[in-house]
Design a protein around this ligand. Structure first.
Ligand code: 0RA
Length: 649
């Protein structure tokens, strides 16, 4: 017994040491905030499991002043009895033994999200300290750990009338770097999603790190359909009630259940979110493909039956345009493409989702013919628009060929033909374009001046013909030479490997108009050449705001703060020295030399690379900021007004 116990302890210590040595293997990157936040999901998942097992309706999460985080639930409480095999309390096993995960009774945790997680012990290992308080059988128990190692026994510290578990941990800053503070917005977004997926579960988040504690509560009885309604808020919906589908099928490994909520709106994009056992699979997987196949065949067969199809069948893109959907599957033993569970690969799920959706959606259409009609008409319209756009795009291409080589006349191309070293500047206005042409390194830098404000494509998304007929847009498409359109299946779709330049640099004036023009360009790139952005080809030039001169010395400042610092520097010991301050209103005010030296010279320029954290979020932002819906835009701007620092008046 004693021998067993110490052998066991050594094994535990070795397990925890492995997590501390290689946190990345268990929790994700400890240097960019992902492992830090993963710790929270890991602990919260255990409490969510108690909800799934039917024992708690409330989970409270606290962000504390000392940098620790607490999670309290009102479930059964972690068992405290002696664990026969290990000779220590069950609670201590759960808190310290890697992969124990606390799941003794597998059957009651069939569909838990935490089931396949690394467990709370991994979080314990990377915590400076962790404390567990258990309310169970009328007694309150408490134990403390440091770096995963118990520093006290599991003590009885009081009595209670309720049951439940409180876990508090402080991340070990010897392990986590760079991002070491919990991000409220990220936690709020994720836990909101968790409560949507667990209808009836209330999650309360309290941020007590500032003078005024901030509380956010998520509680959705409507579950998935409420989630879909929220995604579609502010959009014009095609049918008022969200379509709900549920079903289950036996597979070899047990029962797979499927829950879906679907609603079409007038939006251009599709937003389908997929989950397995309450965990988001951001790259979809077999549930996603099952849904897609079922949608396409279901809509086509209904349309055919009702004689609504004139010519060709509807494509997948046509039927999914404007669809917001949640697919949530529960699977006893799912497989994913990676540790991070971004994609579900269990092949049997495709068929399950496909069958359930095909059957139930077909039934729904039979019972709700007017809804079915609206959805199919929208898909038919989408199909028509897509074909027209395809023609317009063809025309653009052919016109390019007719005009000799296909390069637009306005483009001042570079000499090199090696895209990896070439860059193209999309420049606001002809005068700045002129300076840029003279100032550039003509071996590798091409200049494309654009006239004023390009078309706001967000407002033309239902009229793609107009987009493709637009002069400035045709010019950009032909200069980049890599096609256009985000659907890789379309002929002539944008293909980043064909780009004539590896860097596309947007260069506009440092004022509000410039910012607007930049946004219009980004909107176009996002809607029609998305991989250029997601694969990191798009940059924003940073022209200086000020030129500061003292005698023959001249320096540039890129912000107000920098201006003040440089002025102080130039003054040196003599406060009365006179410094010339020139505010650049536009690129056109700079001569070619200045533009080269401050903004274009690859040796010393600063540029911003355009990156995207969340494609769906970005989609929504373009929709709100550049689209037609004014109230939504006003609300968005008001919400974010405090973040705006560079309003120029
Ligand atoms: C193992 C078994 C039982 C509950 C738990 C673990 C449990 C773990 C955590 C972690 C956070 N909150 C939790 N709540 C419960 C079932 C015990 C029983 O049958 O009473």
């Amino acid at each position: 017994m004693t021998d067993d116990y110490s052998a066991q302890s050594i094994q535990v210590l070795e397990g925890l040491e492995a997590v501390r040595k290689r946190p990345g293997m268990y929790l994700g990157d400890p240097h960019d905030g992902s492992a830090l936040h993963h710790c929270i999901w890991e602990v919260v998942d255990n409490s969510v499991d108690e909800h799934l097992a039917g024992h708690t309706n409330l989970v409270e999460v606290g962000l504390n002043l000392d940098g620790s985080l607490s999670v309290r639930d009102y479930g059964r409480g972690i068992p405290v009895d002696l664990h026969e095999e290990f000779g220590i309390s069950a609670a201590e096993v759960i808190m310290t033994k890697l992969h124990a995960g606390g799941k003794f009774d597998n059957s009651s945790y069939k569909v838990s999200g935490g089931l396949h997680g690394v467990g709370v012990s991994a979080v314990n290992a990377v915590s400076e300290w962790m404390e567990v308080t258990i309310h169970r059988g009328g007694t309150v128990y408490h134990q403390r750990y440091e770096a995963g190692v118990p520093v006290s026994p599991l003590n009885e510290v009081g009595t209670c009338e309720d049951t439940g578990t409180l876990i508090v941990f402080k991340p070990d800053l010897g392990i986590f770097t760079n991002i070491t503070e919990f991000d409220f917005d990220q936690i709020d977004t994720r836990l909101k999603e968790t409560s949507f997926l667990n209808a009836g579960l209330k999650i309360e988040i309290t941020d007590a790190r500032s003078d005024e504690p901030h509380v956010s509560t998520h509680h959705y009885e409507g579950g998935l359909s409420e989630y879909v309604s929220q995604i579609n808020s502010g959009r014009e919906i095609l049918h008022p009630t969200v379509i709900q589908i549920s079903g289950e099928k036996e597979v070899e490994k047990g029962t797979v259940t499927v829950d879906l909520a679907l609603q079409w709106s007038n939006a251009f994009s599709e937003s389908i979110r997929c989950y397995t056992n309450i965990i988001r699979n951001k790259d979809g997987g077999t549930h996603m493909s099952g849904l897609r196949t079922a949608l396409t065949s279901c809509l086509n067969s209904y349309a055919k039956k009702k004689n609504m199809l004139k010519g060709e069948a509807l494509s997948g893109d046509d039927v999914r345009e404007g669809l917001a959907a949640i697919v949530s599957v529960k699977h006893p033993d799912p497989s994913f493409s990676s540790q991070t569970k971004d994609k579900l690969v269990s092949s049997e799920v495709t068929g399950v989702v496909q069958t359930v959706v095909y059957e139930k959606l077909g039934e729904f259409f039979e019972e709700n013919p007017s809804v079915a009609k609206a959805i199919i008409e929208k898909a038919l319209l989408a199909s028509k628009a897509r074909k027209a756009a395809q023609k317009a795009r063809e025309l653009t291409r052919r016109k390019g060929v007719l005009e000799g080589g296909g390069l637009p006349g306005k483009l001042a191309d570079c000499q090199s033909r090696d895209p990896s070293e070439c860059e193209v500047y999309l420049v606001e206005g002809d005068s700045a374009g002129g300076s840029a042409k003279t100032g550039r390194d003509r071996r590798i830098q091409a200049i494309l001046p654009l006239r004023g404000k390009i078309l706001n494509v967000e407002r033309q998304k239902h009229n793609l013909v107009k987009v493709f007929q637009n002069q400035e847009i045709q010019t950009i498409i032909r200069a980049l030479g890599a096609g256009v359109g985000n659907n890789p299946d379309d002929e002539g779709a944008f293909d980043p490997s064909k780009l004539r330049y590896s860097k596309i640099i947007i260069m506009t004036d440092a004022d509000i108009d410039g910012a607007h023009i930049r946004t219009l360009m980004l909107t176009f790139l996002w809607r029609f050449m998305r991989p250029a952005i997601t694969e990191g080809h798009v940059y924003i030039a940073q022209p200086p705001l000020f030129q500061l001169t003292k005698g023959r010395v001249s320096k540039y400042a890129f912000s107000d703060e920098e201006r003040d610092i440089i002025i102080d520097e130039l003054k040196g010991d003599n406060p009365n020295a006179k410094i010339g301050v020139q505010r650049y209103k536009g690129l056109g005010e700079m001569n070619p030399d200045q533009l080269w030296n401050t903004t274009m010279n690859p040796e010393n320029r600063t540029m911003l690379k355009v990156t995207v954290k969340d494609a769906e979020e970005s989609d929504r932002m373009f929709e709100i900021l550049m689209g037609e819906d004014v109230p939504d835009r006003r609300a968005f701007i008001e919400r974010h007004a405090k973040e705006v620092t560079n309003l120029d008046i």
